[in-house]
Design a protein around this ligand. Structure first.
Ligand code: IMP
Length: 454
């Protein structure tokens, strides 16, 4: 069977921990979208591993697959595999031949276009994700399978690279170097192709996964980013360029929708909201310069709110893993979650980070929005409309800070009562049971109510 893990908010919901936890029972962990814009830390045998492309299950001896819906930077892929090997592991990673390749000009153009966009910039990770998906949709991309076939690779590069070079030089007035040089790219990427072939890493993803399922194995489909960053269902244009929602799990792997629908779809919910990047955020607390629209650091927001935002940010470690820049934080946004529950068809929820909110006198949630004088319960379709929404809050009594490791051991009933009231509200509103509750950052600090593979 399959278990699909989907972020229900704006990324960074703690999906990695849940993948890690439930992944124990999986034989194969496959990613279905995104590329090295994701970031997860896995702790295994006391060692910390930081990965952005290789599925975390590969650290634990599972087969890790990058599905056809992913965009693959071979440089990152081999760096991560080599680092794992240097540290004594033997990761088994397979890559879909239909997946698209991130080339150096994609990265360069991601940076150049973000600079040009000003107010429309999504604050991308500058890994070339958007430009690679653009070329995929424009039918001028290079696929992993093309790296194994030098003539096709050459033909593709000769067609596309002059266009990219002209775009950078003539439209954006930038200098270009070897990232835009056909011969250099051909030599480098043919070598990557040779290595992929030598290590027998490429697969026909859908066939590979279906054979595993038919043999009775467990497959986990690991989404990156989150529903509100989905190119179709998110807060366009402040989104990533792929489909993190559950539909992406079928298109991005080649498994049929009935196969994915026969399994479980688990929505990962952070008990509050965090956001890297720009765009509206109706339940935001305080603000972060250069990310919160119209935020003036000198004026700031309400002083109590700023203090609360800083508290949650510090307790939750809400700072970018690579850049260290502060993330925007806010209360839980229920219209956002109702939208996610519908778009993904969640069969269960994992709610993370309830320990971060412990010790507050009260905890709020944005229960509904006031939108042009009306109360609405889900997100409106355009981001401009979303920007006009004002959250109507519901207040819960706070819960104490306790020995969370002991709670994880003792089970759901050991969670402080007010926190359980909060969890039950979320579960009722989304009409999906709570399968797991994250009570701390460590691998063992999760209360498991239900294991979807059992
Ligand atoms: P891109 O995916 O690099 O094109 O970035 C597009 C938007 O998605 C930006 O707002 C990023 O901050 C956001 N984003 C991309 N990956 C992640 C992630 O793994 N966690 C949180 N936000 C992300």
């Amino acid at each position: 069977m399959t278990v699909t893990i989907v972020g229900s908010q704006l990324g960074d919901e703690g999906k990695g921990g849940v993948v890690d936890l439930y992944g124990d029972a999986a034989d194969v962990v496959a990613r279905y979208q995104g590329g090295d814009n994701a970031g997860h830390t896995v702790v295994h045998d006391g060692e910390k591993y930081k990965l952005s492309l290789v599925p975390s299950g590969a650290v634990r001896g599972k087969i890790g697959v990058l599905g056809n819906g992913c965009v693959v930077n071979p440089e990152t892929l081999f760096d991560e595999i080599d680092t794992l090997r240097d540290r004594g592991l033997d990761p088994d990673v397979r890559v879909a031949e239909r997946a698209h390749v991130i080339l150096p000009y994609h990265r360069a153009l991601d940076g150049i276009e973000e600079e040009e966009k000003e107010d429309l910039a999504a604050g991308t990770t500058k890994r070339g994700i958007g430009p690679t998906y653009e070329d995929k949709a424009g039918r001028r991309g290079v696929r992993v399978g093309d790296l194994l076939d030098p003539d096709t690779l050459r033909e593709r590069l000769e067609y596309v690279v002059p266009q990219k070079k002209a775009l950078a030089e003539e439209v954006f007035d930038k200098e270009t170097g070897e990232a835009f040089d056909v011969d250099h790219l051909y030599d480098t990427y043919r070598e990557y192709g040779e290595r992929l072939a030598e290590e027998e890493m490429t697969v026909d993803c859908g066939t590979f996964l279906q054979e595993r399922i038919d043999a009775g194995e467990n497959v986990m489909l690991e989404g990156a980013q989150g529903t509100s960053l989905d190119i179709d269902h998110g807060v366009y244009p402040y989104v990533t360029s792929s489909n993190p929602t559950a539909g992406g799990a079928t298109v991005g792997t080649g498994l049929g929708p009935t196969v994915v629908g026969d399994g479980e779809v688990i929505g990962i919910v952070k008990a509050y909201l965090s956001r890297v990047g720009t765009g509206p955020l109706p339940t935001e607390l305080g603000g972060v310069e250069e990310q919160t629209p119209d935020y003036d650091a000198d004026e700031g927001a309400d002083a109590d709110e700023e203090e609360l935002a800083t508290y949650i940010r510090d307790e939750g470690g809400e700072y970018g893993t690579v850049t260290g820049r502060p993330r925007r934080v806010g209360w839980l946004d229920m219209p956002m979650l109702r939208h996610a529950a519908r778009a993904n068809g969640f069969t269960g929820l994992a709610v993370n980070h309830i320990d971060v909110l412990a010790g507050l006198d009260e905890v709020k949630v944005g229960h509904s929005y006031e939108f042009d004088g009306e109360e609405i319960f889900t997100m409106p379709p355009t981001t401009e409309q979303w920007g006009r929404c004002e959250a109507t809050f519901k207040t819960f009594e706070g819960w104490p800070d306790v020995d969370w490791a002991a709670v994880a051991e003792d089970g759901y009933e050991a969670i402080p009562e007010n926190a359980r009231t909060y969890l039950e509200y979320v579960s009722d509103e989304l009409d999906a049971p709570v399968y797991a509750v994250g009570v701390g950052p460590g691998r063992g600090e999760t209360v498991v109510v239900e294991n979807p593979y059992e």
